[in-house]
Design a protein around this ligand. Structure first.
Ligand code: IPE
Ligand code: IPE
Ligand code: MG
Length: 245
């Protein structure tokens, strides 16, 4: 491979997979074709993450706001998720991939939830790449649900209000047990987070790439990892070079 192997690899990469619709429209195709092509990019991204030693790969697949899209498009996206799990679960399991799903579960259709649970249960003992699928996910909803769980514990008398801090809230998030993302990539040139991992990405490096998601090839992923390797993270401190003995 190239020199990426010798430079620092992010432990957790999170990707806002954007631009499927525009990819299709720019070719005169229906938006659904862009989503279909996007699934191939998902498969390649999972392979690259495994090959490069990224430990956690989070993919934003469907937001809590995406329900506002036309019903046909919502149906297309649900169908693709179901097909992906049905077709790819065995292979992912064979590659030692552990699957986690984050997002709200209460308003999911009856045919989706069992598949999500099956994917998690089948792969829960795997020790390779953790593939986190953000589905029906919105960060504000996730944080509100976490706050509600803490409030319920206080009401039940098992938690005191003064015990609520960032660590306690973090432990109630859907991402419990998953390290914060080191690198958040958004494709398609849009430069916003769109309600993705707002809490967890507090100190993530952000990278916005122009390619539409279906064009997110191995090379584009490698370039993103190279950019990350060149970034200096400070976490509120000062640059390493400025620290004197
Ligand atoms: C990303 O592509 C897929 C989802 C949000 C589900 P879009 O469907 O948002 O594509 P654009 O942004 O309209 O091009
Ligand atoms: C973010 O993309 C959600 C996903 C990638 C699943 P959107 O296309 O929904 O975001 P906005 O509406 O452009 O901000
Ligand atoms: Mg979009």
């Amino acid at each position: 491979m190239n020199k990426i192997e010798t430079v620092k690899i992010p432990r957790h990469v999170a990707i806002i997979m954007d631009g499927n619709g525009r990819w299709a429209q720019s070719r005169g195709l229906p938006r659904a074709m862009g989503h279909r092509k996007g699934v191939e990019a998902v498969r390649e991204a999972v392979r690259v993450a495994g090959d490069t030693g990224v430990g956690f790969l989070t993919l934003f697949a469907f937001s809590s706001e995406n329900w506002t899209r036309p019903e046909t498009e919502v149906n297309d996206l649900m169908g693709l998720l179901k097909a992906f799990i049905r077709r790819d679960l065995a292979e992912l399991h064979g590659e030692n991939v552990r699957i986690r799903i984050i997002g709200a579960r209460d308003n999911l259709r009856g045919d989706i939830l069992p598949l999500l649970i099956e994917a998690e249960e089948t792969t829960k003992a795997n020790t390779g790449l953790t593939l986190v699928i953000a589905f029906n996910y919105g960060a504000r909803d996730e944080i509100a649900r976490a706050a509600r769980k803490l409030a319920e514990q206080v009401a039940a008398g098992v938690l005191r209000p003064d015990q609520i801090d960032a660590v306690a809230l973090d432990a109630q998030l859907d991402t419990q047990g998953i390290p914060d993302p080191d690198l958040v990539i958004r494709t398609s040139g849009e430069e916003r987070l769109s309600n993705f991992l707002l809490w967890q990405a507090a100190y993530a490096e952000l990278l916005f790439v122009p390619e539409y998601w279906p064009d997110f090839t191995r090379d584009v992923f490698y370039r993103a990892l190279a950019v990350y390797a060149g970034r200096e993270r400070r976490y509120g401190g000062i640059a390493a070079a400025a620290v004197t003995g």
